[in-house]
Design a protein around this ligand. Structure first.
Ligand code: FAD
Length: 682
């Protein structure tokens, strides 16, 4: 049987919306407002957004651009640019963020034909196959300005970063290929690279794509060189002897150097708001063996506006234990104050300077997390032949991805662990320059949390729901940010038993408050309740995936107490059942059309139940809601959960409507394109 008239109407509506969607105005520009780029870390273009002028005045002939949401593609892009530069000195490379340029006439990519030899793009995919927020100007160019074949003759290479648990895996890179190559006429060199974060293989995919890319570039542009060049610092490292007042102690930009300065915003990643922690509490009971922190931040007086469903970015710092292990393994003097000078005026500083080594390691470098094979390979150049044993071990573990995986990744080693594994007694600091470390170790990134408050109910505060990351399988591995939140939550009286400790007073004591402060900023998301308050919503959020749905439910307490809402929630057992009490006592009694379905996966008294099973049990209710135009929301951190929820919905639609699985898949796909099916999965 085919689609009934109701379904046909729905599909027609969906198709119309797809058309509208693809032509949508780029409202992100308005939402983001102006980005306050800190001159200390922004591109040095004297404020110009004129790409052609910058290329010409700096005599650049090779362009490398990145579109990054959280900084990962920025890291890969800069790594690529640096290596390309050291291999092929004759290329004059400009490496920058798409955000730094306007991309309207005459600053189009088409007008670069003949001015540059080639263009390489690193592009992350965000949301439902979209370009990251900072690419808003570029996206406008792709949708409205680019002309057919305007890039004919311009060689282009693309590396996409994505996550295959999402429907539109590497969607942004695919869009680029279509717009620049198929429509714009650019000449694609090599394959479009596809890094996949879901299986942690981006690094290996990058390395193999990069090796081919270098060979292609050498041939295509007739370059000489190509050998692995020895490390050459991008910055001039100088001792700093100026005033203490100018030395960064972890401040994120110049605005924070003067302690008494009032911060007015607008606040964003480069200029975060120092928010008081108003309240925090533990959401798991002690028998769960886990910690999940509910933390509320005061944003009153900051002018920060958030909407229910947005994300909060938290800027973390590394724990004292990790920092001291790093400094001692690498023989570094944490007190040494230094400054960095740019050798190339179009490059950017990696973090604010002058500063001292300990501050840089604590606040600006991602020193934990899995170590990359490329980083270990690069160390080999610094170890003299006289240290044959150590050199040999480095070669052994880094030359094959399989060996590296078995010996390093499976052991959960970070950079320092890996060095200590290769040799616990070797004087690494004698050979590995600090300049190499500060240029090669990725920058410490903000972590994002789905906001679990509602702006309608609590416009002056933002809450997050963070599961504390501590794994003790092969070795104790702790997450940076969640353990910071946990230390604040536990308070000084309970801190001794924690695995990690942080400088909670912050730079120059600026995080000290009645409780503490943390640098935070709001990132707009598309995870929004339907505008029509009567539209039913189906929310699926296991674990901390429930966070935004707490916000949605609290929203409806204010906006429409009659709304049809279904929440499918899963956790291990009653001990880590998040927000159970407030749900039972407040939300269910107040919202008479809210239905909550909970499944436990590790409760010996009941069969293992995941959210997909709960959905199948309620298929009639789900289909009924879909027919009334329900919006579906999926949120959480379970690797394959989003895909399984998608498949479950397809099964339900196919079965209840008696249509083929392929037709049901198409309907779900259309719901996603139409903004009726949202995923927020990490
Ligand atoms: P990190 O230091 O980033 O470590 C990440 C993981 O890697 C941890 O599990 C850690 O134990 C492990 N790890 C560290 N070192 C190694 C190593 N050497 N080898 C192997 N593994 C290692 N999380 C929530 O709890 N609640 C939310 O509401 C939420 N919302 C999110 C929304 C978005 C849009 C995104 C992108 C993410 C969201 N997250 C959420 C995830 C969150 O951003 C963090 O990733 C998470 O809290 C871990 O951060 P961390 O700094 O504590 O851990």
């Amino acid at each position: 049987m085919g689609l009934d008239p109701l379904d046909l109407a729905v599909v027609c509506c969906l198709i119309a919306s797809v058309v509208l969607y693809t032509k949508r105005e780029n409202i992100l520009t308005i939402l983001r407002g102006s980005d306050s780029l800190d001159p200390a870390i922004g591109i040095n273009t004297n404020g110009s957004k004129d790409l052609i002028e910058i290329i010409e005045s700096n005599k650049k002939d090779f362009l490398i651009l990145y579109g990054s949401q959280t900084g990962t593609s920025e890291d890969y892009c800069k790594k690529f640019a640096k290596e390309l530069h050291s291999k092929f000195k004759e290329l004059n490379i400009l490496c920058s963020d798409f955000e730094n340029f306007d991309f309207d006439e005459p600053n189009t990519l088409g007008n670069l034909v003949g001015k540059i030899k080639g263009l390489v793009i690193f592009m992350s995919t965000y949301g439902e196959g979209e370009l990251p927020d900072p690419c808003v100007n570029f996206e406008n160019y792709l949708n409205n300005i680019i002309e057919k074949d305007e890039m004919t003759g311009l060689p282009v290479m693309i590396f996409g970063l994505g996550n295959s648990t999402y429907e539109f895996f590497n969607g942004a890179a695919i869009t680029l290929k279509k717009k620049l190559v198929t429509e714009g006429g650019a000449k694609l060199l090599g394959e479009v690279g596809a890094g996949d974060d879901s299986i942690g293989s981006t690094e290996e995919e990058y390395v193999s794509w990069k090796e081919t890319a270098f060979e292609i570039i050498e041939k295509e542009f007739n370059l000489t060189g190509g050998e692995d060049a020895p490390f050459e610092p991008m910055y001039e490292y100088v001792n700093y002897e100026g005033s203490e007042d100018n030395v960064f102690q972890g401040e994120l930009n110049k605005n924070y150097l003067t302690a008494d300065k009032k911060h007015l915003g607008p606040f964003d990643q480069s200029y975060p708001f120092l928010a008081n922690v108003l309240e925090s509490k533990e959401l798991c009971d002690p028998e769960s063996g886990r910690n999940c922190v509910h933390m509320e931040f005061d944003i009153s007086g900051s002018n920060i506006k958030y909407e229910t469903g947005d994300h909060l970015g938290v800027i973390p710092q590394n724990a004292k234990e990790h920092v001291s292990k790093f400094l001692s393994t690498l023989g570094l003097n944490g007190d040494e104050v230094f400054d960095l000078k740019l050798k190339d005026p179009t490059s950017t500083l990696p973090f604010p300077v002058p500063t001292n080594i300990e501050t840089a390691v604590t606040n600006y470098l991602e020193i934990t997390g899995p170590v990359s094979r490329q980083m270990i390979t690069q160390l080999i150049q610094f170890i003299p032949d006289t240290e044959e044993k150590v050199k040999q071990r480095l070669v052994e573990i880094s030359s094959s991805p399989d060996v590296f995986h078995k010996e390093v990744i499976e052991a959960n080693f970070n950079f320092t662990d890996c060095l200590n594994y290769v040799s616990p007694t070797f004087q690494w600091g004698q050979y590995i320059p600090w300049t190499f470390l500060l240029e090669t170790i990725p920058s410490l990134k903000p972590r994002f949390y789905s906001i679990s408050s509602s702006n309608l109910k609590d416009s002056d505060k933002i809450s997050v729901t963070a599961m504390v990351e501590v794994t003790d399988a092969k070795k104790l591995v702790c997450g940076v940010t969640t353990n910071l939140l946990n230390e604040i939550n536990k308070g000084p009286e309970n801190a001794a038993s924690l695995p990690l400790h942080y400088n909670l007073s912050g730079p120059r004591g600026s995080y000290k408050a009645e409780s503490y402060k943390l640098p935070v900023f709001v990132r707009k998301s598309t995870f929004r309740l339907p505008k029509n308050l009567d539209t039913p919503v189906i929310m699926i959020g296991p674990g901390t995936g429930v966070a935004p749905f707490r916000g949605f439910i609290r929203d409806r307490l204010i906006s429409n107490k009659e709304a049809d809402m279904m929440l499918f929630y899963g956790c291990r057992n009653v001990h880590d059942h998040l927000y159970k009490e407030e749900c039972d006592k407040e939300y269910i009694p107040e919202l008479k059309n809210l239905k909550v379905f909970t499944g436990y996966s590790r409760d010996p008294t009941v069969p293992k139940t995941y959210v997909q099973k709960l959905m199948l049990d309620e298929k009639d209710l789900i289909m009924e809601a879909l027919k009334k135009g329900a919006f579906v929301y999926v949120c959480g951190d379970a690797g394959s959960m989003a895909k399984q929820v998608n498949d479950t919905l397809v099964t339900i639609i196919s079965e209840k409507q008696d249509i083929k699985i392929q037709d049901a898949q198409e309907m779900v796909k259309l719901m996603k394109l139409n903004g009726r099916y949202h995923e927020d999965v990490w």
